[in-house]
Design a protein around this ligand. Structure first.
Ligand SMILES: Nc1nc2c(c(=O)[nH]1)N[C@H]1C(S)=C(S)[C@@H](COP(=O)(O)O)O[C@H]1N2
Ligand SMILES: [Mo]
Length: 452
């Protein structure tokens, strides 16, 4: 059937297209478009299936009341030009990145978290991207900003921002995650929101220049084994990155979700190191030094190491392990009564693609595979969904990701046994949302962060 229609459309001359267009404008579209719609379903196929019912039944009076109430829609809305740069509806004003006042002593070296409970799909809007600064947000004039590549190179180089745009571009969707994400939960549960348990991360589409193109333009000397990117902000943020990793899939991004980077995310340029700890993704990138050894940087030796139970510290950990979390229902919501729910969440892995996600509603005793509702991309969020009939009894929701390397997300007790609680970083074990029994008084249907 489809082939025939395509054929028909393909042989239409301009003249016949114009004719059908005229017919459409006259209201004669039913004939032409009706053909297409028979594909989907005929009216007799659309039967109510009680097993799939989500919404409650509405009676005639309720329908009349609701429709009568909507007379106000006839009032004129606001016109064009009011918001040359658009804003979300005022009814969405609670959807904001947030910070915990007690987390850091000042706002210049602090962090805000993304409201994961309110996000859909796999793209974080630019205004809701989490933020982490060590020295406040600089406002940099791109015409004055330069990127320098020097050190163990054949040709030291200085790039203007216009120079960078002359190189071939790449656009890729990747998650960016601070390794401290989830850190508050090492010793036990702390806070009741996925914004606090997992919000030190976001996922956006970046556009920029391959770092390998820029390094090749400079030519690396044989002794050059490490790169040290540095930011132009007050913190002068820098990290050592091994050359193989730099030449792999890193890029220097100038755009995020189709527009220039926001100042909070590194305007005018930032380093993108897919799958790796966000502290390597240097913002306000001003230079890249090529070295033979990694630097002995204060930040690196004291902060981004992992303290193990035996007192030793793991010095370099680059990749973010596979992780997943249920965002709906999660502690910001309240159950609306027994019935059908589509449990949904995100899964991601710094080592490649997500392979599959299992969901448990009984605290990990039984597992069933969820299905994906988004594209499955390399080192990016993947959306999963799971059809669930809630009987109103106490339940414990968990998700468990397996990535393409075969790594399976561990339960929290297992991770704690292995790594102790001295560690701050890389707490990527499963979390559990307890759903209180619907008949449990005013607690009925409450959703709570617990550890299992
Ligand atoms: N120049 C510069 N780059 C930086 C930082 C910084 O303070 N200055 N913070 C790093 C850390 S620790 C994180 S978690 C990420 C946060 O990126 P975001 O603010 O875009 O979310 O940026 C990294 N790059
Ligand atoms: Mo970070």
């Amino acid at each position: 059937m489809t082939d025939k229609i395509i054929e028909k459309v393909a042989i239409q001359t301009d003249e016949s297209r114009n004719q059908s267009r005229r017919a459409f404008l006259k209201g004669g579209a039913a004939v032409a478009s009706g053909v297409l719609f028979t594909q989907a379903a005929s009216a007799s196929d659309i039967k109510f299936n009680p097993k799939k019912a989500v919404a409650p039944y509405a009676n005639k009076k309720e329908i009349t009341d609701v429709l009568a109430d909507q007379k106000s829609r006839k009032a004129l809305g606001f016109g064009v030009r009011k918001y040359p740069y658009g804003l979300p509806s005022p009814f969405e004003r609670e959807v904001q990145r947030r910070t915990l006042e007690w987390l850091t002593p000042d706002s210049m070296a602090s962090i805000t978290m993304s409201p994961l409970q309110s996000l859909h799909g796999i793209i974080t809007p630019n205004g809701l991207h989490f933020e982490r600064f060590h020295g406040g947000v600089p406002t940099i004039d791109p015409d004055k900003h330069r990127l320098v590549i020097h050190g163990l190179v054949e040709r030291p180089l200085i790039f203007t921002m216009d120079d960078l745009k002359r190189f071939p571009s790449v656009s890729r969707i990747h998650f960016v995650e601070c390794p401290a994400n989830g850190a508050l939960e090492w010793k036990g549960v702390q806070l009741n929101s996925v914004q606090w348990t997992h919000g030190m991360m976001s996922c956006v589409e970046y556009t920029g220049v391959r770092l390998s193109d820029l390094l090749k333009e400079a030519g690396i000397k044989p002794e050059g084994k490490w790169i040290i990117p540095e930011g132009a902000d007050a913190s002068g943020m820098s990290r050592s990155i091994p050359l193989e990793l730099a030449m792999d899939d890193c890029f220097v991004a100038y755009a995020q979700n189709g527009e220039a980077l926001r100042r909070e995310q590194g305007y005018p340029i930032r380093l993108v190191v897919p799958g790796c700890e966000a502290n390597m993704w240097v913002k306000y990138l001003r230079r890249i030094m090529v070295h033979d050894v990694p630097m002995q940087h204060r930040e690196e030796t004291s902060k981004y190491t992992e303290l193990m139970p035996d007192g030793t510290a793991q010095r370099f950990s680059w990749y973010m392990e596979a992780n997943s979390v249920i965002t709906y229902p999660s502690p910001d919501f309240h159950m609306q009564g027994p019935g059908k729910y589509y449990v949904r969440g995100i899964a991601w892995s710094g080592r490649g693609k997500v392979d599959h996600v299992d969901v448990s509603t009984d605290g990990g005793k039984n597992w069933q595979e969820a299905h994906f509702t988004s594209a499955v991309l390399d080192k990016a969020w993947t959306r999963f969904e799971f059809e669930w009939d809630w009987d109103g009894k106490e339940a414990f929701l968990m998700s468990r990701v397996t990535d393409e390397t075969g790594y399976v997300q561990p339960p929290m007790p297992q991770m704690r046994n292995l790594e102790g609680t001295n560690n701050v970083y890389h707490r990527t074990a499963m979390v559990t949302w307890r759903i209180h029994d619907w008949n449990n008084g005013k607690d009925g249907g409450r959703i709570q962060n617990v550890q299992y």
